[in-house]
Design a protein around this ligand. Structure first.
Ligand SMILES: *Cc1c(COP(=O)(O)O)cnc(C)c1O
Length: 366
């Protein structure tokens, strides 16, 4: 039996007619930049995130970059973040000229170890960027405490965690800004690239809005150096069709996770730890296993989709060698990079498919 890591065709089949109608409306209108679909989506993303404002962006990466630029973070500044994340988080910090400062992860949640954040603060620190990895939010209370004490901005990289919660609060609503990605493999994925920034700060919202369009206001008068960070209305149209399904899809992922949790109980497979403070949306279901690389090869041979998120922690990436980190500096992130792997969790999985994944893993591990 073939079980892909993600099957977007299965999802598309359930909403195809609506997506085609919505996309066609945009094409017929020939409002190819901005327009009512983008504004409508922004309102709805703000609402589901319990935030006052939202600014659609061209990608999750540009949501993060726009946030950093709008907060005037750049050369000479430091931003505290996690080494165990997708490249974007750290790439954006570096692109502004600021210095990424890493804090190791909590080995249970894989998120930044909030207890260690305070010790990384210097006079140069401008912001903290926690990442809500795999669908579960970071431990925000201690992070906000440090941020408030030192007057730091908090940029939530919520690319994998739209609508997940921490102590009942939505991802993106706790920090200064929250950044979402609509990359097709995220829980709310477009039909191409897209992203969004949410905030409750009206002044910052105005800046994000202007920065998204080359920092110009009015047109051709540039107060700031912004960029082209605009969300494509075709993406907004497709996302408006998908958004009403988001909770059901996340619920189906949680049901799949509970199914796996039970099947792996008492085995060598360590299932994801979800803090009692959090409701996760399981953008990934990552297990920690012995002989990870051998198992990965075995699953691929047996047509079962799996992937390592992420094989090289950011402090050991070649492009960040200038930061001066070395192997051993972030032991928990380095260990996780060697031991974790994601298995299929997407909503349309059948029990038969999940059983096939579980059986193939357990038979191999003995
Ligand atoms: C996907 C992702 C991003 C970037 O989003 P894009 O839309 O692909 O640019 C940033 N951070 C994390 C943690 C992600 O998973």
């Amino acid at each position: 039996m073939q079980v892909p890591l993600l099957d977007l065709k299965a999802q598309y089949a359930t909403i195809k007619d609506e997506v085609l109608t919505a996309v066609s409306e945009v094409l017929e209108s020939q409002r190819c930049i901005g327009g009512p679909k983008v504004a409508e989506l922004e309102g709805k993303i703000a609402a589901v995130s319990d935030c006052k404002f939202a600014v659609g962006t061209s990608s999750g990466t540009d949501a993060i970059l726009n946030s950093l630029m709008s907060l005037d973070i750049g050369s000479g500044d430091e931003v505290i973040t996690t080494p165990f994340t997708f490249f974007s988080t750290v790439g954006c910090i570096a692109r502004t000229g600021a210095k990424p400062v890493f804090v190791d992860i909590d080995p249970q949640t894989f998120n930044i170890n909030a207890e260690l954040v305070a010790s990384a603060v210097t006079e140069k620190t401008k912001a903290i960027m926690p990442v809500h990895l795999f669908g579960q939010m970071a431990d925000m209370d201690p992070i906000m405490e440090v941020a408030n004490k030192h007057n730091l901005a908090v940029i939530e990289d919520a690319a994998q965690s739209i609508t997940s919660t921490y102590k009942g609060k939505k991802a993106g609503s706790i920090g200064t800004v929250g950044c979402f990605s609509f990359f097709p493999s995220k829980n709310l994925g477009g039909i191409g690239d897209g992203g969004c920034v949410v905030t409750n700060d009206e002044q910052l919202y105005n800046r994000l809005f202007v920065m998204r369009n080359h920092g110009s206001k009015p047109k051709y008068y540039h107060k700031y150096v912004g960029g082209n960070f605009r969300l494509d209305p075709l993406q907004a149209a497709a996302l408006l069709v998908k958004l009403p399904h988001l909770n059901d899809w996340s619920e189906a992922r949680r049901r799949n996770a509970a199914y796996y949790d039970k099947k792996f109980e008492g085995t060598v497979v360590q299932t994801p730890y979800i803090s009692p403070d959090c409701v996760t949306i399981y953008n990934q279901y990552c297990v920690r296993v012995p002989r990870r690389d051998e198992l990965l090869a075995h699953l691929k041979e047996n047509n079962i989709g799996c992937e390592v998120y992420y094989p090289v922690p950011m402090h050991l990436q070649e492009c960040f060698r200038n930061l001066g980190y070395k192997e051993g500096d972030m032991p928990q992130a380095e260990k996780a990079a060697k031991e974790v792997m994601a298995i299929p969790i997407y909503p349309e999985l059948t029990d038969e498919m999940k059983d096939c994944v579980v059986d193939t893993i357990l038979t191999f591990l003995g």
